[in-house]
Design a protein. Structure first.
Length: 659
């Protein structure tokens, strides 16, 4: 990741630089269609072709049992940008009159040339990512407590978070464990969640014991946010069993306030996300719940071998929405908001303004059920408009096995598109946002269909790995049922579940090119991968990747983008009176007449949570003309331009009002 332009410390991440499901009907046994085998233009690709494979790839049922407050700590060299007067603003070259809408995509659905900051090709030498896990001192190993009965929670965990827990300006890691055995055994779980603090030299040390974050529940994932507006980040952990809410005490320690906060979710919860759905300035909480599991129910595959059950075997349950009462207490608003009307197998979630009305909506990826798009009605209620807006099913009208989800302006037209990962035998789905009409499944036409059909995708990200101003796609994969081909020298059980990961580059012409063959160890190291978080961990201006596997080590991949490559800007949008970043804010960066739109959405569509700082690739532009921000309360401001290759902080109320 090159020389660090923001700090002078030596980074352990940088010092080695030079050196599934079909619709909820019965499983249908079939061969993969030939369209999934055409990889002529895709480059090298692992592809599984197996006769007599149930496309749902889930097991059938066997009848064998009953049914002090402070400002947010910003890294020392962060620049705060304000517009103290209109005159000063104009002198800095920020023309407030030029605030028209962004360019739309062309009729072909591609990105116009003027929206492509850089046409620089992917570097032809070296790999895009390198595994630096050992050098960074990261020694976390996920455990799930697998037993011969194949209990479903074993195959679905593997979440975590990247955030600055101690306010020192460096990003730390929180990794969620499931357990060295299942809770039903009655034995204490020793494989607990772990917190890793990033030291000044860039290495990570285990800070779990002092922090109090070593939850011993059977963990799935987590979410991070400042629930009490005191300037530090709190943590919510999802479990198979009671969830836990930890308050950051501001001194490097956390306190379990689950009961005091009014949190009472003992269902099998999966992903979680903080949001301010009622625009009162306090972060609310959304949690996806999966199914009402019967651990005694056993399933087998087509060969009669024990296998993990399909979620359709168990009843779906409603998700949960907690309204923040104004600090550290929450009220369950699931019923009053309308969220509780859906009872599906929820997995991934993203909270963002998907219809561009200034209010946060909620999109849930459901496993085998229609997805939900909860449209915010501005009165504390939501309506599911997924069917109406074309985001419930794929383009063939089928419900798919939704796992992870990411939102971002992938086609550079100014609104948020959606990317959802699915089960082996299905493709991932890219929903292009068409504005008021809704979403359109354009997966195949943009090059994201064929490669994904042979794998089971979970964590995913829409992020700009090469800083060219265009959002790319990363997916981590791992089977939920045995593959007929053993892929890696893994423990005897898990080697039948491992799969490679993917990286697709946005070419700026409406197509994503598979560059996995150039992605280095990110793609070649196989695992049963679940969590994925992009983050600039060594603060050198490009996005690294954290991958979390089931029954394997968490892996940290350094981005090898040369330090003199495309420019970038990292933007922190701060609400001063709330002492936190503005989740959901819409940021428009204007440069050379182009407009790049990004949202302050922490990346984490499956069991994970990243930092809310907005990373913007600028291509060849070494300066931006101005930055426009629409804050979560609807207020709009314009901030002056600035040089690239730095972290900047924009504070609400310090820009020029524009609406």
């Amino acid at each position: 990741m090159g020389t660090d332009p923001r700090t002078r410390r030596h980074s352990a991440l940088g010092h080695l630089r030079r050196g599934r499901h079909s619709s909820p009907a019965s499983p249908v046994t079939s061969r993969l269609e030939s369209e999934y085998c055409d990889t002529a233009d895709e480059g090298p690709r692992f592809l599984f072709l197996q006769p007599s494979v149930a496309l749902s790839k889930r097991a059938t049922i066997v009848a064998r049992g009953p049914t002090e407050p402070r400002e947010p700590k910003i890294e020392r060299r962060t620049q705060t940008i304000s517009c103290v007067s209109v005159i000063a603003f104009a002198c800095l070259g920020c023309d407030p009159s030029d605030s028209g809408p962004g360019s739309a995509r062309d009729d072909e659905g591609g990105v116009p040339a003027e929206l492509t900051p850089s046409s620089r090709p992917v570097p032809s030498t070296g790999s895009l990512y390198t595994d630096v896990t050992a050098d960074a001192g990261l020694d976390f190993v996920h455990r799930c407590g697998h037993v011969s009965r194949h209990v479903l929670p074993e195959i679905l965990g593997g979440g975590g978070a990247v955030f600055d827990y101690d306010g020192d300006g460096d990003l730390d890691l929180y990794l969620v464990n499931s357990g060295d055995h299942l809770p039903a055994t009655g034995r204490p779980i020793t494989a607990t969640n772990r917190l890793y603090r990033q030291e000044p030299d860039g290495r990570f040390t285990d800070a779990t014991d002092r922090s109090g974050l070593g939850d011993a529940g059977y963990g799935m994932g987590c979410a991070v946010g400042d629930i009490d507006n005191d300037g530090d980040l709190d943590v919510y952990v999802t479990n198979w069993g009671p969830d836990v809410l930890y308050r950051n005490d501001g001194n490097g320690t956390y306190t379990d306030i689950t009961v005091l906060a009014g949190i009472d979710n003992s269902k099998w919860s999966m992903s979680a996300a903080f949001l301010d759905f009622d625009r009162d300035g306090f972060l609310d909480l959304f949690v996806t719940n999966y199914v009402r599991l019967d651990p005694k129910r056993l399933c087998t595959d087509n060969a009669g071998r024990p296998e993990y059950c399909s979620p359709e075997v168990f009843p779906g349950i409603s998700d949960v929405l907690y309204r923040n009462d104004g600090g550290s207490h929450f009220t369950d608003a699931s019923v009053s908001s309308g969220i509780a009307t859906a009872r599906y197998a929820g997995l991934g979630v993203v909270c963002a303004d998907l219809d561009d009305d200034g209010w946060i909506d909620i999109y849930v990826a459901n496993d085998g059920d229609p997805n939900n798009l909860w449209s915010n009605q501005h009165d504390g209620t939501f309506v599911d408009v997924a069917v109406l807006r074309g985001a419930a099913y794929n383009g063939h009208g089928q419900a798919e096995a939704g796992m992870g989800v990411a939102a971002g302006d992938a086609d550079s037209d100014g609104d948020l598109d959606l990317f959802v990962t699915h089960l082996y035998g299905e493709t991932s789905t890219y929903y292009r946002n068409l504005g008021p009409p809704g979403f359109d499944d354009v997966t195949s036409s943009v090059g994201l269909g064929v490669a994904s059909a042979g794998y089971t995708g979970f964590g995913t990200a829409l992020f700009d790995f090469d800083n060219d101003g265009l959002l790319d796609v990363a997916v981590v994969n791992g089977a939920v049922a045995r593959r007929d081909i053993v892929l890696a020298d893994q423990p005897p059980f898990w080697n039948e579940y491992v799969e490679p990961n993917f990286l697709f580059r946005n070419d700026g012409a409406g197509v994503f090119r598979d560059v996995s063959a150039q992605a280095g160890s990110f793609a070649t190291e196989l695992g049963v991968s679940r969590g994925l978080i992009p983050a600039d961990l060594d603060r050198d201006g490009d996005l690294d990747l954290l991958v979390i596997d089931i029954e394997g080590p968490a892996r940290l991949y350094r981005n090898n983008l040369p330090p003199d490559a495309s420019a970038w800007l990292a933007i922190q949008v701060i609400i001063p009176e709330f002492r936190r970043e503005a989740l959901g804010a819409r940021i428009t960066v204007v440069l050379d007449g182009h407009r790049i739109v990004r949202h302050a959405i922490p990346p984490g569509g499956y069991l994970t949570s990243g930092e809310a700082t907005v990373h913007v690739g600028l291509g060849g532009a070494e300066r931006v003309e101005r930055i426009e921000v629409r804050w979560p309360n609807g207020q709009q401001e314009i901030f002056p331009g600035c040089p690239a290759r730095q972290v900047i902080q924009l504070r609400r109320g310090s820009g020029q009002s524009s609406g």
